[in-house]
Design a binder for this molecule. Structure first.
Ligand code: ADP
Ligand code: SF4
Length: 681
């Protein structure tokens, strides 16, 4: 063990009693969605177990439904409805315990928020309110419903204990049932559960006391709560402070968040920096003697240790940093700080859950593949030996080079550009995307300790040079370029008659083009690129019009939780926004725009048109090597990343990782299927 790491960061490795249990250190994986939940129990258990193996002292579930009236399908929540759920979650608790960590469960009832699509039960709420996304409303709870809810919560707490959990949550936050009771707007009851703060908090207090009585001798009780309330119309910051004061020492642990979930707590690095919750959490520190955990996308051990030493936090909470690097605590402990795979704050992880698939992470390609493919985030099996030439040092090429180097291959990595990183290097210079450079930096640091990998920059390779090089394997990772002709989702063919001299692509802008005057940006891509360019050009003084075929700015970024802030940002910068509109033509002085519904067209002045539509794989080199066949008999060559399939950076990193793992054995990591077996009767 490296003494520097141990002594400087010792405070992070002190055990901490939490009621009847003791956290072995200060690294706490707070509850986070996984897209696995009740649907993929083995996948879930292995993923959570991996965090414990990597040194997280506490590892929690995602939101865990206590009863079928809280059914969030199609999102794969966890559940403790019955004995089958106990078995599944016990598997997770066991894998967490196997590494000496504590397992926590976030008991949850969604209230009016959930539509109960699968269970077909009416949802319940403090009043009858619309669900978050579906056109259904909840049933207003009467006293018998309140009693039933308390019984369900109690039963779930007992099942949690039976499953082996050490920490049981009570969860009056994030818009769910017990939060509804706290809300001065939603709670219009005139009985002892409505009115004063004390009354509105009655249900929370009862559930806390009942949970403690049922499982408190063996499990710590945690409350996840917002340190600054939920907006004045629901629960002001003062009321939130009063409530923490009122209940202060009832739980064994406060897991503190802030009221603005998408805007701040879960915000991406485009909008919020590391440790942004500190001040608001510090303000409530004096209101309880119990330990506090909170998040802040912490990846810097210095920030972590400062928060512990200053007394703001007792435990360093993390969701995303633990996804990007399940071994973050161990690396700090062993003084291997430059090996930390830092989260870039892109929320691709969140987007996976939001679409009902198991977690994926831009930085950590093994995330979600621990059980399915048997991938370990830190260990790769040795290869069969030989040499590999990789053309292209973008995320796909860099990831492949570093994994192949670790597997013992002799790797040559060549890139035409003067610096490594490909699209990541270029995109990280756009507004708000600086942290994305971590995708490159982590891998470059890894390569430094791998003498069998050599990198040649400024080396544009032709097919003849690749053949001459004579490597045993060739990976083509030459990326993709943005199309200039408008072809994409809306236009299946190039737009006719474009005045090409004044059409720019994101590639032109990333290489320094800065148009002035009136600029129209056509977003048929629907993610971050077009709005980020709008910010770049608006800040540089251009008069920007953002045009999209969708109904809102950057519509796909709804999944990463960025949509609202993105649209807000463009409005604040004075960008003119035209939704449900397509660019149909451009003559150098005006764009022809069309309504996507009516087909009505009109002209609008524009000196420059920026096309953000689709990308063309840069596959010429691959084609020259293999012809029209999918493989060249004389040469073992394959293409990976954007030159095969233009997609997210996460896809490119995954493709590089997979190719490197499977180089000599394509079947080696065929995915297993996580499913429970139905017994015949
Ligand atoms: P990916 O996301 O798939 O990793 P990128 O677009 O980020 O792809 O990176 C592709 C890299 O490949 C770029 O840095 C580019 O300079 C490099 N490249 C493209 N063609 C060649 C070539 N013929 N020789 C060497 N490097 C190339
Ligand atoms: Fe961080 Fe992005 Fe990975 Fe999520 S997907 S953990 S935000 S790097």
């Amino acid at each position: 063990m490296n003494m520097t790491g141990e002594s400087r960061y010792q405070a992070l490795f002190e055990p901490l009693p939490l009621g009847p249990v003791t956290a072995p250190n200060r690294f706490y994986q707070v509850p986070h969605c996984s897209g696995m939940g009740h649907a993929l129990p083995r996948t879930l258990a292995a993923m959570r177990g991996m965090k414990a193996e990597g040194g997280w002292g506490v590892v929690c579930t995602e939101y865990c439904s206590i009863h079928p009236t809280s059914d969030d399908q199609p999102y794969p929540f966890a559940a403790l409805w019955d004995d089958g759920d106990i078995v599944n979650l016990a598997a997770m608790a066991q894998q967490v315990h196997a590494h000496g960590a504590l397992a926590g469960v976030e008991l949850w009832h969604g209230g009016s928020y959930v539509p109960n699509l699968a269970s077909r039960l009416p949802s319940i709420g403090v009043s009858s309110m619309p669900s978050r996304e579906e056109p259904v409303q909840s049933q207003r709870m009467d006293r018998s419903d309140i009693r039933a809810f308390r019984r369900w919560h109690l039963a779930a707490a007992r099942r949690a204990r039976q499953a082996g959990f050490d920490i049981v949550y009570v969860y009056p936050t994030h818009g769910y049932l017990m939060w509804e009771f706290l809300s001065r707007s939603l709670n219009d009851r005139s009985d002892e559960y409505g009115g004063s703060l004390e009354n509105r908090a009655r249900l929370l207090r009862e559930v806390l006391e009942e949970t403690r009585a049922a499982v408190g001798d063996r499990c710590a009780i945690a409350v996840r709560f917002s340190a600054d309330g939920h907006g004045d119309e629901h629960l002001s910051a003062t009321e939130a402070h009063d409530l923490i004061g009122m209940l202060g020492d009832l739980p064994d642990l406060w897991d503190l968040v802030v009221g603005d979930y998408y805007g701040e707590e879960m915000a991406t690095s485009r909008f919020v920096r590391e440790g942004a919750l500190e001040e608001r959490v510090a303000r409530v520190r004096g209101l309880t003697r119990k330990p506090i955990v909170s998040v802040g996308r912490f990846t810097s051990p210095d920030t972590m240790v400062r928060q512990i030493r200053s007394g703001v936090l007792d435990l360093i909470g993390a969701a995303r940093p633990s996804i990007a690097d399940p071994f973050l605590p161990m690396k700090i402990r062993e003084g291997r700080l430059d090996e930390i795979r830092e989260c870039i704050g892109c929320n691709v992880c969140y987007a996976s859950n939001y679409r009902g698939t198991a977690l994926r992470c831009t930085q950590n390609p093994t995330m979600g593949e621990e059980w399915r493919r048997g991938w370990h985030p830190e260990r790769v099996p040795p290869g069969k030996g030989g040499s590999v030439l990789i053309v292209g040092a973008g995320p796909a090429g860099l990831e492949a080079a570093h994994i192949l180097g670790k597997r013992g291959y002799i790797v040559t990595l060549a890139d035409a550009a003067g610096e490594p990183g490909g699209r990541v290097t270029l995109e990280s210079r756009l507004p708000g995307l600086a942290e994305w450079a971590r995708v490159r930096d982590y891998r470059i640091t890894q390569l430094r300790s791998l003498p069998q990998v050599s990198m040649y920059l400024g080396s544009q390779l032709s097919a003849a040079e690749v053949r001459e090089f004579g490597a045993d394997h060739v990976l083509i990772a030459t990326g993709a370029c943005w199309r200039r002709d408008g072809r994409g989702r809306w236009h299946s063919r190039p737009i006719a008659g474009l005045y090409a001299a004044a059409v720019l692509t994101p590639d032109d802008l990333m290489h320094g083009a800065r148009p002035e005057g009136e600029v129209t940006i056509f977003d048929d891509d629907h993610y971050y690129m077009a709005p980020v360019i709008a910010v770049l050009l608006a800040r540089a003084g251009a008069r920007v019009t953002y045009v999209t075929t969708n109904g809102s700015v950057s519509e796909w970024s709804h999944y990463t939780g960025e949509q609202e802030r993105t649209q807000q940002q463009l409005l604040e910068l004075g960008v003119r926004i035209q939704v449900s509109t397509a660019v149909e033509g451009f003559d150098g002085s005006a764009v022809t725009l069309g309504c996507v519904y009516s087909g009505r067209t009109w002209q609008q002045s524009a000196a420059t048109l920026v096309m953000v539509t689709s990308r063309e794989p840069r596959e010429e080199l691959y084609r020259e090597l293999v012809g029209e066949e999918s493989s060249a008999p004389a040469l073992k060559v394959q293409r990976i990343g954007d030159c095969r399939q233009p997609a997210l950076i996460a896809h490119a990193v995954f493709a590089g990782h997979q190719a490197a793992r499977e180089l000599d054995d394509p079947e080696s990591s065929a995915p297993g299927r996580d499913r429970s077996v139905v017994e015949s009767h």
